[in-house]
Structure formats: structure tokens, C-alpha cells
Design a protein around this ligand. Structure first.
Ligand code: 4AD
Ligand code: MG
Length: 472
């Protein structure tokens, strides 16, 4: 005897919504978004499985054996398994629906206690149920767009021959020199060993035999690989203990950091511009339903803004000129502008939203407000730094050409209060076969924020970590 051929196909909702699927017998699984019971003796179940913004409508007739006992109790949030045929939908607003042969309730959700009953719940409330918010339209769409951005990032670099390098998360060096690091220790905090006869902590007794922290950036280690493999990128979580409770800062965020050998600031700017345009293009073409949703519900300008950016050239503006523009702007800034200050969010937004209405790459910043590794210009007071600024979000990329001259780098370190001995291996990269090189860091969450138009960075990472908050 030959085995019966199983013609039923396991399908995701996204596929069941296509006209091509009409006539197929399918098995669908997912969660109930809504259920409407008709007096005529059937129910419509909106089934969603996260594969797309849209749900598929399942028609369940009262003739099904478990109709009264189970289907009428399959409330919002219940998980179900449906076997049925994809048919053309007579209803408005959808082309297909599924006529159920069986509906199995896998897990009930009690309507009295399930928190996602109402539509239009606030983002603040949803943050308090971060484990359930991916079941909403908004957070499902954010997860899919974030995924597309990551795919695009890897595609961009892989298709150009960049090598993906994993840099350590636990580190002994402070890349940005800003002292915003989380300490990593295995000490018993109630009994921290001290050096003999002193209050100073004896780090030699700690796990690594020295002070260690969570990395703020993989750049320094990335440079070691770029000066061997030419073009590399890192992509991983980074940590900053800066106490800024803003809508654009997280204590744990993801950063992409390409590093290119035999490359100067010009090449760095070109790469950054092409990179951002590629990401935006990919999201527009591969997440059109989700982007339409953001455009309708979150920010009516997102699609237009992304399209405009893909088609236009970024502005390239030396810091000194940026300051002049800001000084002459006639704006009443909270933080007054003068040469030497770090640009604040309000200044960045003025440049991108009002003055140029597109991304602006500000470069050649004063050396005193930038990290030690940036290449010193001949004027002796600016460095080859660049920040890419975009409307609303402000700084999305920070980068620079690196100081490849051993003597100047050593001096800069001392000037920044860093001990060159501690960075002996980093200086070796200049001692042996040094080359001009450059790179940048793109904040993944700022990118997701910009693309989706979401106002708060806490809503574009699944489980945000911010001052006084590390739930879930
Ligand atoms: O400008 P940053 O500090 O640059 C670096 O870390 C360099 N080492 C990068 C490099 O040249 N390889 O950070 C880079 C980007 C910022 O432009 C921003 O998008 C993001 O990382 N970022 C943050 N995102 C969320 N929360 C924070 N607290 C962030 N701090 C920086
Ligand atoms: Mg920066």
C-alpha cells in the first residue's frame, strides 16, 4: 500500500492572503486578533501570526464539533490551529479568507485578565507589558522593520567584501574616553578587596585581574582587524552608563561599525551616505505594508522623507561653518552657540529640519570635544571627525578618520588623560605598517526610530534598558 499523499500545506498568514493561494488546503497557526460571532451561525476570526501587518479572516461555522465549547471561547490573544481552504473573499477589504474545516484552540486567553483588549493603548502602557507588546500592530511592524534593517546592513557590507568581525563585549579600554562605562566584576560587593593599608580597590584580585567594563564601542578592536583585512565591520550590543533620560538614548543599544584601511574622511563620508540610502531603499521596497502603517498612524511624512533622502545628496558642512549658520540663525536656542561647543540636539535639528531639510554631515570638529583617536588637522585645533545628522533624530552616525601617526596619537592620549601604556596594542597598529584608515558607528535604534517615525527610542528595541529601568 502506498501512503496517502498529504496535500495540506502549512502556511504563514502572509502567504494565505495572496490570490495565488486560493483553492489550497492549508494549516495556519497564530493568535486571535478579534472574533465576531454572527447570529447566522458562524464566526469570523481574525488570525495573525506576525508574518505580516494584515491578519487573515477565518470563517468558522457552527457545525464544527467544538464550535460552542471552544471556538466561542477563543477570545483575543488565544492561540489556535486552523485547517481549511483558502477561498476568494466576498467581503470588502480582503481578497482571500480561510474556510475552516477545523479550529483547534491551543491556548485560551482569559478576556478578564488579558491586557491587550482595547485598541489604541498608549506606548507608555505598552512599555509596562513589553513581553506582550509584540502582539500589537505597531510592535509587530517595528520588529519586522528592524529585522529588514539588519538584513540590509549585512547585505551592504557583505556584498562589498567587508568581513564581519566579533569584537569583545567585556573590555579593559574606554574607546570613547567619556567614562560612561558599566563595571564588570565578580567581587562580592559587600566585601570588596582593598589594597593593603589603603581604600583603593585591589583590582588584581578581580576575575580578570584588572578593571573591566562593558564595551561602549568595538572600534579599537575593529581597527586591529581592518589593518589586516582591509575592510571590516562589527555589529553588536554596546553599553553606556550615561544618565540621559531622553527619547534618543539607551543604556544598551546596537551599533554597526565599519572600519576601512587606506581610507580617508572623504571615503568615510561616501560610504556612510551610500549605506544609509541603501538601508532606506531596502525598507521602502521590502516592508511596504509596515511602512504604510507607520506613515498613516505614526508620522505622515516618513515615506516621503525617506524617498527624498534616497534621491538627494547629503550636505557636507565643516563644523566652523555650521556654527556660523547657527549663530546667524536668529533662533533662541536653549544652549547658546559658539565655536568650541558640542552641538546639542536643538542645533542639529535646526540644521537638518529648517536650514537644509535633509541629512547633513558635519565634519572637522574641535579636537577638545572629540575622542583621542581622531586624526588631527593641520590647524592643530580640529580633528577629522564627522557626524551624520538627520531630521528629528539628530545624530545617527558618528565617525572619523583615525590618527595613524604614532607620535601625534601618543600626545593626544596624554592630553586626554589616557595612559599610552594601557593602549600599547592599539599603538602597535601605528608602530607596524600604519595606514590612513577611517570608520564610523551607526546606532541601530536611532535608525529604526528614523525609519519608522517612532518618537521614543524605548519603543524600537524589544526590551529597553534605561536609567532606573531594566524590567523583563
Ligand atoms: O558617536 P558615537 O559615540 O561613536 C562611536 O562610538 C565611535 N566609536 C564609532 C566609530 O567611529 N566606529 O556613537 C555612534 C552612534 C551615534 O551616532 C548614535 O547613533 C549611537 O551610536 N548612539 C546611541 N544610540 C542609542 N543610545 C545611546 N546612548 C547612544 N550613544 C550613541
Ligand atoms: Mg557621537
Amino acid at each position: 500500500m502506498t501512503a496517502r499523499v498529504e496535500t495540506m500545506k502549512r502556511m504563514r498568514v502572509k502567504e494565505a492572503l495572496l490570490n495565488e493561494s486560493i483553492g489550497q488546503k492549508v494549516k495556519l497557526t497564530g493568535w486571535v486578533r478579534t472574533r465576531r460571532d454572527s447570529k447566522g451561525g458562524f464566526s469570523f476570526i481574525e488570525l495573525n501570526d506576525g508574518s505580516s501587518m494584515k491578519s487573515v479572516q477565518v470563517l468558522a461555522e457552527s457545525a464544527l464539533p467544538n464550535y460552542e465549547s471552544e471556538i466561542l471561547n477563543a477570545n483575543i490573544g488565544s492561540s489556535i490551529e486552523v485547517i481549511g481552504e483558502v477561498v476568494a473573499s466576498p467581503g470588502k477589504g480582503q481578497t482571500t479568507e480561510v474556510k475552516a474545516e477545523s479550529v483547534k484552540v491551543v491556548g485560551f486567553a482569559d478576556p478578564a485578565t488579558y491586557p491587550l483588549q482595547k485598541k489604541g493603548t498608549s506606548f507608555e502602557f505598552l512599555r509596562s507589558i513589553a513581553h506582550l507588546r509584540p502582539r500589537t500592530n505597531t510592535f509587530g511592524a517595528i520588529a519586522r522593520v528592524r529585522n529588514e534593517i539588519c538584513r540590509s546592513i549585512h547585505n551592504f557590507f557583505q556584498s562589498r567584501g567587508f568581513i564581519y568581525v566579533h569584537t569583545p563585549i567585556i573590555t579593559a579600554s574606554d574607546c570613547e574616553g567619556a567614562g560612561q562605562m558599566f563595571r564588570v566584576t565578580s567581587f562580592d560587593l559587600l566585601n570588596v578587596p582593598r589594597k593593603e593599608g589603603s581604600a583603593e580597590i585591589d583590582v588584581e584580585q578581580d576575575f580578570f585581574g584588572r578593571a573591566t567594563h562593558l564595551t561602549v564601542s568595538g572600534q579599537l578592536e575593529g581597527e586591529a582587524y581592518a589593518t589586516a583585512l582591509m575592510n571590516i565591520y562589527t555589529f553588536g550590543p554596546t553599553f553606556r552608563a550615561e544618565n540621559s533620560n531622553t527619547s534618543r538614548h539607551l543604556a544598551e543599544f546596537w551599533m554597526v561599525e565599519p572600519e576601512m584601511a587606506f581610507c580617508d574622511l572623504e571615503g568615510n563620508m561616501e560610504c556612510a551616505e551610500e549605506f544609509l540610502k541603501t538601508i532606506f531603499t531596502d525598507v521602502l521596497s521590502n516592508c511596504s505594508d509596515d511602512m504604510s502603517f507607520f506613515n498613516e498612524r505614526i508620522d505622515k511624512t516618513v515615506i516621503e522623507t525617506l524617498k527624498h533622502i534616497v534621491e538627494s545628496d547629503f550636505v557636507r558642512l565643516p563644523y566652523t561653518e555650521a556654527v556660523e549658520i547657527l549663530e546667524k540663525s536668529g533662533q533662541n536656542f536653549e544652549f547658546p552657540v559658539q565655536w568650541g561647543i558640542d552641538l546639542q540636539s536643538e542645533h542639529e535639528r535646526y540644521l537638518t529640519e529648517q536650514k537644509f531639510k535633509k541629512p547633513v554631515i558635519v565634519f572637522d570638529y574641535p579636537k577638545d570635544i572629540k575622542a583621542f583617536y581622531m586624526r588631527l588637522n593641520d590647524d592643530g585645533r580640529t580633528v577629522r571627525a564627522m557626524d551624520v545628522l538627520v531630521p528629528k533624530v539628530g545624530e545617527i552616525i558618528g565617525g572619523s578618520q583615525r590618527e595613524e601617526r604614532l607620535d601625534i596619537l601618543t600626545e593626544r592620549m596624554k592630553g586626554c588623560g589616557l595612559d599610552p601604556e594601557e593602549y600599547w596594542w592599539y599603538l602597535d597598529l601605528r608602530r607596524f605598517g600604519t595606514v590612513p584608515h577611517a570608520g564610523f558607528g551607526l546606532g541601530l535604534e536611532r535608525t529604526v526610530q528614523f525609519v519608522t517615525g517612532m518618537g521614543n527610542i524605548r519603543d524600537v528595541i524589544p526590551f529597553p534598558r534605561t536609567p532606573k529601568s531594566a524590567d523583563f
